[in-house]
Structure formats: structure tokens, C-alpha cells
Design a protein around this ligand. Structure first.
Ligand code: NAD
Length: 353
């Protein structure tokens, strides 16, 4: 069987655009990176030094009939306009996250993708993160019993990076930047509607956009989740904390340090001994007796069937379904809109997402 090769061009050759070219696309033998379009001359110079073709305009790129796939890695506010133009020029499109700032804009893109018959896929790459896939395995295999509460956090101490991420008009802020990943992971794993959302956003750095947030979600199946992003955390809390009916799991960091502590269900353990806690005595908060629990190592992460670009090629060739489906991405955008609404009104928002 002969395999077909696809030419790809990048629109927005900054940090993430060049990461796709230098890392993510390197291992895919079916995709050839042909060229780029960027509004900054210095980025064009870098592209030329790497042997890439530099287009003088988006229209010039889109009128190149040899380009089959367009990757959009510009600031968030221009994703929609570029995506629609590219789809109408009969290109398949990969778009960076957050795909758009508002759900209705993704709906417009989805309509054009359907009308033109081109593939449109959003790069929700953190579905492939090992820490998340470890959590997914613990969740699916009920390694801590039925999970009833999940905490997912990312903490940094470097403020909001770069230039456009500070600005509302470009779709800056941490809900859109990191929230989109953490929420996408949860909705990809928990197959139950979100019934309520409460959120608060932080503005400690004085930017016009949020520099972090906390949101509390309730799912119809009873699971609750706390999702938190911080950029002024000089001490980080663990990346994941999972509470199940038969155990607790913790994943400290992306290096997969962590553990599971499971209840020994078949042992009648002796009552915990009261401990002195501060100026008081407690049995409730005392550690469980030694025979009551067992510590186990984190499991090896589950795996997704294909990597992002392998999946893209097989979707283009009609061989498989997209791992990142547009209706799932749309659900995350709607959830982020509820987060903004909750924070603005300081109210719990009832949802059926
Ligand atoms: P960046 O500022 O480093 O790069 C953006 C580039 O786009 C710049 O070179 C800029 O000159 C160019 N640009 C701006 N407007 C343009 C336009 N209209 N046409 C063509 N080029 C234009 O930003 P970044 O960090 O690379 O982020 C780009 C996108 O990638 C954002 O949507 C961001 O959220 C996403 N991103 C995703 C991940 C991930 O893990 N999936 C990580 C980082 C960034």
C-alpha cells in the first residue's frame, strides 16, 4: 500500500507554531512542513534559516494548491477568521487551543467544515499527557473504588507569560490558556453532564484578564471536581488529588511522583489511636491504624490509540474517528462561558453541559 504525503503550512510561527514543526511533526512521515506565514519579520527570518518557504500573506499561502493542511498557532482572537478562510480554500485545518474565545464562533467554524467537507481538528494535546492518562486509568479501573472527588491543579510562580496573553482582546487570561486543558481532560474522562459550576477568578497581578482561577464542578453522576490554575504560587500543591470510596490517590507533578493508598477492605482493623493535634486530641483526624491501608505505586498510564498527527491523517483518509471531536471541544467552551458567568455574578450556575 502506498502512503500519501500531505503538505502542511503554519500560520503563526511563534512559540507553539515552531514547537509543532520542530517536535510534534518530526515523527510523522506522512506530513511535510512546507512553509509558514507570520506577521513578524523576525519569525520569517527564523523560518527561512530553517529552509521553510515564507508566504507574504495568508492569501498567498491559501492559494498555494500544494498545501493540504493549515496549522493555526496565532493568538486566540484570530483563530476563527483564519480557520474559516482556510476551510473555504479547501484546506484541512488544525487549530491550537483555545480554538475560539466563544462557543458560537466554534459553531460557525464547524458549519463551514461540514459545508466544505474539510477536516477541522483542535490541538487539545493534554489528552495525551501521562499524568492525565494515569488518572484516567485509576478512574476507569476503579483503583480507588468509585471516585467521588477530583482535584486538578497547575501552579506556577511566573505570572502570565508573553505579551498577548495579558490582553482581553487577544483572548488572554488563564481560564482560556490553561483552564481549557484541565477542563477538557475532565470532560474527556467523566462521561456525565456537568450540572453546576461555581468559579472565582484572580486578578492579583493587576492585569485586565484573570491570572488564575478556581472552579467547582458537579457532575450528574455525583462526582465533584475542583480545578485550579495559579500563576503566583511559590509553593505548588499536587497536580492531582483523587478521592475514591476505597482509597485516595495523589500525583504530585508531571514527573509522575505519587502514590495510591487503599483501604484494606477485608481486614477488621483496630480503631485508630487518638493523637494530640495542636492544643486538642482527635481520633477523627488520627492516621488509620497500620493494618487498615496499603500503599501501592501509581499504575502505568493508559494509552490513546494514536498520537495527534497520526490521528489527523487517518481522519483525513476516512479510516478512523477524531480523538479530539469538535462537539467535545464545544462543550468545554460552553463550560468556560459558565465559569466566566459564575465569577461575574458570584453565583452557582446550573448547567446541563
Ligand atoms: P506566540 O506569541 O509565541 O506566537 C504567535 C505567533 O503568531 C507570533 O509569531 C505572531 O507574530 C503570529 N501572529 C499573530 N497574529 C498573526 C496573524 N494574524 N497571522 C499570522 N501570524 C500571526 O504565541 P504561542 O505561545 O505560540 O501561542 C499561539 C497559540 O498556540 C495560542 O492559541 C496558544 O493558546 C496556543 N498554545 C498551545 C499550547 C499547547 O500546549 N497546546 C502551548 C502554547 C500555546
Amino acid at each position: 500500500m502506498t502512503t500519501r504525503t500531505y503538505n502542511l503550512a503554519v500560520v503563526g510561527y511563534g512559540g507553539m507554531g515552531s514547537y509543532h514543526v520542530d517536535h510534534l511533526l518530526k515523527s510523522n512521515p506522512q506530513i511535510h512542513v512546507k512553509g509558514i506565514f507570520d506577521i513578524k519579520q523576525e519569525r520569517n527570518d527564523v523560518a527561512l534559516s530553517k529552509g521553510l518557504q515564507v508566504y507574504e500573506s495568508l492569501d498567498a499561502l491559501l492559494s498555494d494548491k500544494s498545501i493540504h493542511i493549515v496549522l493555526i498557532a496565532t493568538p486566540n482572537d484570530v483563530h476563527k477568521e483564519i480557520a474559516i478562510k482556510a476551510l473555504k480554500a479547501h484546506k484541512h485545518v488544525v487549530c491550537e487551543k483555545p480554538v475560539t474565545i466563544y462557543a458560537r464562533d466554534l459553531e460557525e467554524i464547524m458549519t463551514v467544515a461540514e459545508e466544505t467537507g474539510q477536516v477541522f481538528m483542535v490541538h487539545q494535546n493534554r489528552r495525551w499527557d501521562e499524568d492525565f492518562l494515569t488518572v484516567k486509568k485509576i478512574y476507569n479501573e476503579k483503583m480507588t473504588g468509585e471516585i467521588f472527588h477530583i482535584e486538578s491543579r497547575v501552579h506556577g510562580a511566573n505570572g502570565i507569560p508573553g505579551d498577548w496573553r495579558h490582553l482581553k482582546k487577544n483572548g488572554g487570561g488563564m481560564v482560556l490558556d490553561w483552564g481549557v486543558h484541565l477542563l477538557d481532560q475532565l470532560l474527556f474522562m467523566i462521561h456525565s453532564p456537568v450540572t453546576s459550576v461555581y468559579a472565582n477568578l484572580s486578578y492579583v497581578l493587576g492585569d485586565e484578564v484573570d491570572d488564575g482561577f478556581q472552579t467547582y464542578l458537579t457532575f450528574a453522576n455525583g462526582i465533584t471536581a475542583l480545578v485550579e490554575v495559579g500563576t503566583t504560587n511559590f509553593i505548588s500543591l499536587p497536580r492531582w488529588y483523587l478521592k475514591g470510596t476505597e482509597g485516595t490517590a495523589i500525583i504530585e507533578d508531571w514527573g509522575l511522583n505519587g502514590k495510591i493508598v487503599k483501604q484494606n477492605k477485608d481486614i477488621i482493623a483496630s480503631a485508630p489511636k487518638p493523637i494530640k493535634a495542636g492544643q486538642g486530641l482527635t481520633k477523627t483526624m488520627a492516621p488509620p491504624s497500620e493494618e487498615a491501608t496499603t500503599m501501592v505505586n501509581l499504575p502505568a498510564a493508559s494509552v490513546l490509540s494514536q498520537d495527534f498527527y497520526d490521528n489527523l491523517v487517518s481522519v483525513i483518509e476516512g479510516r478512523t474517528e477524531a480523538i479530539v471531536k469538535n462537539h467535545e471541544v464545544l462543550r468545554v467552551l460552553k463550560l468556560m462561558e459558565s465559569i466566566f458567568e459564575s465569577a461575574e455574578k458570584n453565583e452557582v450556575i446550573k448547567t446541563s453541559l
